[in-house]
Design a protein around this ligand. Sequence first.
Ligand SMILES: Cc1cc2nc3c(=O)[nH]c(=O)nc-3n(C[C@H](O)[C@H](O)[C@H](O)COP(=O)(O)OP(=O)(O)OC[C@H]3O[C@@H](n4cnc5c(N)ncnc54)[C@H](O)[C@@H]3O)c2cc1C
Length: 395
Amino acid sequence: MSNQYDVAVIGLGAMGSAAISFLAARGVRVIGFEAASPAHGLGSSHGDSRLIRLGYFEDPSYVPLLRRAYENWRELESLLRESILHVTGVLQIGKTDSKIVTGTLASCELHNLASETLDADQMRKRFPVFGLDDDEVAVLDPNGGWLKPEAAIWGYLRLAAANGAKLHLGEKVDAITPDDNGVNISAGGQKYRAARVIVATGSWISQLVPQLADMANPIRQVVAWYRPENGFTTNPLRMPAFLRDENDAGSFFGFPEIGPDGVKIGRHAHFMESIDPDQPNPAVNDRDRALLDDFAARRLPGMKGLRVNETTCRYTMLPGEDFLLDHLPGESRVIVASPCSGHGFKFTSVIGEILADLATKDGTDLPVDAFKFDRLLAAAEKAKANKTDGLVLPR
Ligand SMILES: Cc1cc2nc3c(=O)[nH]c(=O)nc-3n(C[C@H](O)[C@H](O)[C@H](O)COP(=O)(O)OP(=O)(O)OC[C@H]3O[C@@H](n4cnc5c(N)ncnc54)[C@H](O)[C@@H]3O)c2cc1C
């Protein structure tokens, strides 16, 4: 039957494009559906750059996955003959007792990773673009850098197509109905059938996986670009990407001048404003601008008053700010790829491999126990008991 597949991948953003590429490379009969155009402006994977780092402050248990992610990014580049991963270092800046600093050092120590700790004076000499308080330090992760999200997604899709995957772009899946032998999929007025489906629909995840409705929270994210007149201190040879703990004001991230709009910055989780994924993101407003302009003026003083561009994007938060990569409980034919709480892009290259394993081999040798459904439910219970939204870092 022509509409019959081994695996269907729904949503061809970051996670779905990687998954379909791994599946097609393994010779699996696979079809992918994407409601819009991959890496489009209402998803979570546009905007030119995403941070990657190895000494993961959030939890050292992410490091083995990151090692594999780095390998897989390099493999993708060699298959595409294109550069996706740029290693320029990442600075993690904060007070000595901040989670960003202590967590990075703990990960580096446990996994024997290179790092360098710089005090405020050393930072001022070496990376003069950053404004620092005297009691702040920075941990330089020399393996850190940035990825090109749009190039990665389109690259994965090109490879998938070359390996025989069917790509239905601009075709939204309206419903999935599993039965004992497979899953019925309705999309674009047609019916399809697959033995397994991977749902990788980002901020729309609860529409096809209603079990996540109370847990997956799509929020609005805002980033802005600042272009100094003289790019001497902001070019990627002199300015690493960075993460910065600002105590009660949350944590900020930023990139050197990668493109024509200059230095990009944002605050992790921004104002934590929930959105309806079916509506366009509310436009950037004066409150957003004031937050980012204030940060730029204090922490990147050469950027003061030089905002040239701005955009919105979406995070989809899960309790505990973790990931979910698992079969749906009671539905072994449905595999859920979570949108990863605003820090998933760097893992795309390993999550694609994990999803392909879950769809073809039932399990994976990669360490994913922390991303199982029962862990998510436990984190949701904990967040409820503590009456928090489950955010790990302050805002
Ligand atoms: C501003 C910003 C900065 C970030 N910075 C970083 C960073 O520095 N480092 C990092 O690691 N991560 C970062 N992240 C997080 C990371 O980008 C996301 O975790 C990741 O991109 C999510 O990918 P996804 O595949 O889940 O979602 P998406 O890429 O949004 O893909 C989901 C796709 O599913 C499609 N879809 C939805 N419903 C359907 C349907 N019914 N049928 C068919 N298709 C459907 C959508 O159109 C969409 O294209 C950032 C995110 C944002 C927004």
